[in-house]
Design a protein around this ligand. Structure first.
Ligand code: ADP
Ligand code: MG
Length: 376
């Protein structure tokens, strides 16, 4: 299943990397260190590199700050990566050199004189003019810091950014351990999935998920719909959803889906103040029956407004049914994976939590991700 015309970091298993400096693109785009799932996901890659003696320069963005004209970055709580340095230092039991400027000469110097196994973390890359423009000159400057490049940021691989795409032109480039795991598991769910294949979709907007729905309309035995998506579908069916969250512009698309018998809509729901905020108990029973018999499950999007405990039941029960089940299951999306990690559901081997939100949706919809293409 693994894409062959691509270099994988795992292929360097037997190499001495003590003379190498790895530029490692990761996804540290989290609210806080409490959001540990994404931060922890790249620890195996960092450890793999350290074990073989490499110096590691970590590259990430966080949020969307305005690019800075000055070399020294004036960051804020909202955009800094400083707390990630603290988190990593605890987890890896070693000093993390946090760099809060983009003076490349100075940086290069610091990295070069540091001993093997040193770790550097650069401040939010989106302060660097050129990062979001996939600018070759910015990429070249970044590339000058290392001797090889590893992309371990699956969640950013759908973005044409300098540290994801353009940088691969200047250095030998590899897919990291996490990226490899994502590709393997997502391909497993897409190509020859164990039947019956069940897609579970919720969340806010149906427009985010059109590609995925179209791709799986003929492949999935069932597509279970909850959340704001269900509201839009119910509207299309002529149900009055009151002041519920739905997408007026998507009613036409939703109407087209109504004729597909494999699309299963909620039959009851929980309301408050004229809003549908969760799926109801009868729907849950129906969904649970289908989940029990599934061979493969892909789940993206909460079943309701789960941030309020009163409306979290649908999402929690679906999460439990999946993690306790036997199906090979892929669960992705920022909010969806938070349901699993917040409630600390035990994860067995048949469950894969994807670190990708938008990237996972695009990958599963069959789109080519520029960050992955660039590694080929
Ligand atoms: P993910 O981040 O997992 O991809 P989305 O971003 O698509 O998921 O959607 C998550 C959001 O959808 C959550 O904030 C949740 O509160 C909201 N949501 C789901 N169902 C409803 C609903 N019935 N009414 C209001 N908001 C909802
Ligand atoms: Mg989201």
């Amino acid at each position: 299943m693994v894409i062959r015309n691509m270099n994988y970091l795992s292929g360097l298993k037997n190499r001495d990397l003590s003379k190498e400096i790895c530029l490692l693109r990761v996804d540290f785009n989290v609210e806080s260190a409490k959001d540990a799932f994404r931060l922890q996901a790249v620890l195996p890659t960092i450890k793999f590199l350290l074990k073989r003696g490499a110096k590691v320069v970590l590259l990430s963005h966080r949020g969307r700050p305005k690019p800075s004209k000055k070399l020294k970055v004036k960051s804020s709580k909202e955009f800094t990566l400083h707390f990630v340095a603290k988190f990593l230092s605890k987890k890896l039991n070693q000093r993390i050199n946090f760099i809060n400027h983009f003076d490349f000469k100075k940086m290069k110097n610091a990295v070069e004189v540091a001993p093997p196994r040193s770790i550097f973390l650069l401040e939010n890359l989106r302060f660097l003019p050129g990062e979001e423009k996939n600018d070759a000159r910015s990429a070249k400057k970044l590339a000058s810091l290392g001797t090889f490049y590893v992309n371990d940021a699956f969640a950013v691989s759908h973005r044409e950014n300098a540290s994801v795409v353009a940088i691969t032109k200047f250095l030998p480039s590899y897919a990291g351990l996490l990226l490899e795991k994502e590709i393997k598991n997502l391909s497993k769910a897409m190509k020859k999935p164990r039947q019956p294949l069940v897609l579970i979709l919720g969340g806010a907007k149906i427009s985010d998920k059109i590609g995925l729905i179209k791709k799986f309309l003929d492949k999935a035995k069932y597509i279970l719909i909850g959340g704001g998506l269900a509201n839009t579908m119910l509207m299309a069916k002529g149900v009055d959803v009151g002041e519920s969250l739905y997408e007026p512009g998507m009613i036409g698309f939703a109407k087209g889906l109504l004729e597909y018998k494999n699309i299963i809509l909620p039959i009851d729901w929980i309301t408050d103040k004229n809003k549908i905020l969760d799926i109801g108990p009868l729907t849950l029973e129906r969904f649970k029956e289908i989940i029990k018999k599934a061979g493969t499950i892909i789940w993206n999007g909460p079943m309701g407004y789960f941030e309020d405990k009163r409306f979290a039941k649908g999402s929690i029960i679906i999460a439990k049914a999946i993690v306790r089940g036997e199906a090979f299951s892929v669960i992705g999306g920022g909010e969806t994976t938070a349901i699993i990690t917040n409630y600390q559901f035990p994860i067995s081997k048949n469950i894969f939590l994807s670190t990708g939100g938008g990237a996972m949706l695009e990958y599963l919809a069959g789109k080519k991700l520029p960050g992955i293409e660039a590694l080929k």
